[in-house]
Write a protein that binds this ligand. Structure first.
Ligand code: 6GU
Length: 271
């Protein structure tokens, strides 16, 4: 996989040299090139922004400079050869980046991250490349505002790159992530010592009874998700729930209706 990142702060992306992503870069599993947008400026002051047309606060990044950069990296003359290229524009006004999207983008051969600063990039840039047949994704990493797209790009690159074969040392951990308890939060984990300060690990985990441990972990994942992320419970595939799963969810106010939907109806809780 090839990843290009265009930014006015290339040093901001230095952490991509560390840990698993850094190792994958060294080994050539993912090729990440970070470019300074100002390399594509043509004026003496290396200007990348201008005032917003129509008025308002802040500055907007100039379309002409961005297009010179993206033309070099994407080649709009041959869109049919760019089926596997995706331009990602990080912005708090984009659609939300999710694990499902990370899996999808991990299949692309070329990602170009266009990091905006200030009030963002002139809206015609995304439109122009879409018109050229290039897939352009304006993506947000959550409902809060960062100063620019650099940190958001790093978040997305880490989430995507770890799904590329050869980046995460133990592919088993990825398999467990996606199949172990799909759509649920992780169960709590413990290591030695079994007694530490004033607490102990749950007794069941010391039993050596693998089936009971698996059931306990699933119950924990279901309960934790029901309490912290009810929105995720509503999205569960009902056909993947066994009788015990349904019982645990019912204790948290969720019932499976006759037409196979999960609904929150806490009045149905009997205690
Ligand atoms: Cl992608 N960019 C910025 N600037 N802020 C954000 C974001 C992106 N996602 C959440 N907040």
């Amino acid at each position: 996989m090839n990843i290009d990142v265009v930014t006015i702060f290339p040093d901001y992306l230095a952490p991509l040299n560390l840990s698993l992503v850094g190792k994958a870069r060294q080994e050539g599993v993912v090729d990440i090139a970070v470019h300074d947008l100002r390399e594509w400026t043509t004026d003496r002051h290396r200007t990348v922004d201008d005032t917003p047309i129509g008025g308002g606060a802040g500055m907007v990044m100039k379309p002409d400079v961005w297009a010179l950069a993206l033309d070099d990296l994407v080649d709009p003359a041959t869109p049919q050869e760019n089926r596997d290229t995706v331009i990602v524009i990080p912005t708090p006004s984009g659609r939300t980046f999710t694990q499902a999207l990370a899996h999808e983008l991990a299949l692309a051969s070329h990602l170009v991250f266009a990091c905006g600063r200030y009030e963002g990039i002139d809206a015609r840039v995304a439109e122009h490349y879409r018109g050229q047949g290039v897939r352009v994704e304006e993506l947000s990493i959550g409902d809060y505002v960062l100063n620019g797209g650099e940190v958001a790009s790093m978040v997305m690159i880490e989430a995507i790159a770890r799904l590329v074969p050869g980046v995460v040392g133990n592919p088993e951990s990825l398999v467990e992530e996606s199949h172990g308890a799909a759509g649920l939060l992780e169960y709590p984990v413990y290591t030695r010592p079994p007694q530490w300060r004033d607490t102990s690990v749950p007794e069941i985990l010391l039993s050596g009874h693998h089936a009971k441990i698996a059931r306990w972990r699933r119950d924990q994942a279901l309960q934790k998700t029901a309490v912290k992320r009810p929105d995720m419970i509503a999205l569960l595939d009902v056909s993947a729930l066994d009788r015990h799963d349904r019982m645990v969810l019912e204790e948290h106010g969720w019932t499976v209706t006759s037409d196979g939907k999960l609904v929150y109806s806490p009045a149905a809780v009997t205690e």
